[in-house]
Design a protein around this ligand. Structure first.
Ligand code: FAD
Length: 408
């Protein structure tokens, strides 16, 4: 099999890149190790920056997002029983974010890819990238029980943090920058309307908690007579800081709700609504950047090159930024014969990546309680939060970073 751009991974980075290349008339093949249902149901990100929203619309993937997504103009910071709203449009000259789940972004992009007729092979696991330093890089992959080879002009590793592409870059030219955190997030999905209409980031002496939501989903009524009438059900997405390595099963539903209630406590009459928990999992927290993001004819995009703790809601948005930058570089090469933008791809992306790493780290250390935190650390955290609520400059810095750093 032969193509211009071989893309490994059908997450947001790979699917968006394939779509942008298709729009520009550049051929690609997408290889995805999992099946379609798995990719479409894997619960992950939920906040789209303004720039991501604009890119998805321009790529023709914005119709359902605009219909079903929830535009959010702010977040609430909660600490010491007090509530403080950060007003994004007022602080950033009109920017906002969109609550629309990564599962839905992937469904929309997969549907477009299949409509475009571009090859997207599910259950096709890349085994190795070979020949990145030459003119004819190849991906060896396994599909339907047989081993095959995809020959390309360029290979793009969009295969996430545990993929194979990054491993094809020799250790002699690789540098990894990493920080792990001594805590993770216990995340739940619950069939109950969110108890607040915007995200709530709570700092508490017992640890961090986040109140988030998914847009209402259309479900068919269980009764057969009205089977054709979909019911719009609300879904809450909530997270608790837990020690690293926690088993989600060790938390009963009641213990989760009790702990959420404590960490979201306020001085006023705000109440947390409880409901049936439909999903529970623990996410580890890590910051990681691989430099460079290009080696010969192999390029990395998204989580394959960098990950952030989810506190700043940046991972999916960084993947989108890489895909846009790379698509432009490949189109520039095709149109002008110049590899100039490909040569600067890694440096261009890394500038934005490090800003997101910094912001995600700042948000994480601002709101989580480390297991060895001292009373001094607690006071510093509170002082940092007070500063954000008291200074327009400090608050603007948060709002600008949250709503997104400019794409290229
Ligand atoms: C619980 C959680 C919450 C998060 N919340 C947010 C948030 O609110 N906002 C945000 O912006 N980000 C968030 N993130 C991060 C975000 O989900 C990721 O940054 C995003 O998925 C990156 O997209 P990607 O396409 O680079 O990688 P992925 O989505 O990981 O996609 C990689 C794909 O490659 C496939 N693959 C792997 N190996 C191979 C192989 N050998 N061959 C073929 N295919 C392969 C995988 O199956 C996968 O489909 C969250 C992450 C988690 C886990």
């Amino acid at each position: 099999m032969r193509t211009t751009v071989g893309i490994i991974g059908a997450g947001p980075a790979g699917l968006l890149l394939a779509r942008l290349l298709h729009d520009a008339g550049i051929e690609s093949v997408v290889l995805e190790s999992r099946d379609r249902a798995y990719v479409e149901q894997r619960q992950r990100a939920g906040i789209l920056e303004q720039g991501t929203v604009d890119v998805l619309r321009a790529a023709g993937a914005g119709e359902r997002m605009d219909r079903e997504g929830l535009r959010h103009d702010g977040i609430e910071l909660r600490f010491g029983g007090k509530r403080h709203r950060v007003d994004f449009p007022a602080l950033t000259g009109g920017k906002s974010v969109m609550v629309y789940a990564q599962t839905e972004v992937c469904k929309d992009l997969i549907a477009l890819r299949l409509k475009d007729g571009g090859p997207l092979l599910f259950e096709a696991e890349a085994l190795a990238v070979e020949g990145a330093e030459g003119d004819r890089p190849r991906v060896r992959f396994r599909h339907q029980g047989a081993e095959e080879v995809l020959e390309c002009d360029w290979v793009v590793g969009c295969d996430g943090f545990r993929g194979v592409a990054r491993r094809a870059i020799p250790a002699s030219v690789s540098r990894g920058f990493e920080r792990t955190y001594p805590f993770g997030w216990l995340g739940i999905l619950a069939d109950v309307p969110p108890s607040h209409d915007e995200l709530v980031y709570a700092r508490h002496d017992r640890g961090f908690a986040l109140l988030s939501m998914r847009p209402p989903v259309a479900r068919h009524h269980p009764s057969e007579e009205v089977a054709s009438l979909p019911v719009r059900s609300f879904v809450s997405r909530l997270y608790l800081q837990v020690p690293a390595g926690t088993d989600a099963g060790s938390w009963s539903d009641e213990a989760i709700w009790d702990e959420l209630e404590r960490r979201f406590e306020t001085d006023d009459d705000w109440r947390l609504e409880r409901g049936p928990i439909t999903q529970k999992s623990v996410t580890p927290m890590r910051s990681y950047v691989h430099e460079p993001m290009r080696h010969g004819r192999l390029l990395l995009a998204g989580d394959a090159a960098h990950i952030v703790p989810p506190t700043g809601a940046k991972g999916l948005n960084l993947a989108v930024g890489d895909a846009v930058t790379l698509a432009r570089a490949l189109v520039h090469l095709r149109d002008t014969g110049s590899a100039g933008l490909l040569d600067t791809y890694s440096a261009t992306c890394l500038r934005r990546v490090w800003q997101a790493e910094r912001f995600s780290y700042d948000m994480t250390t601002l709101l989580h309680r480390a297991p060895d935190a001292t009373p001094f650390d607690d006071r510093l955290q509170l002082a940092r939060l007070e500063r954000i609520t008291a200074s327009r400059a400090a608050e603007t810095d948060l709002a600008e970073a949250y709503t997104g750093f400019p794409l290229v």
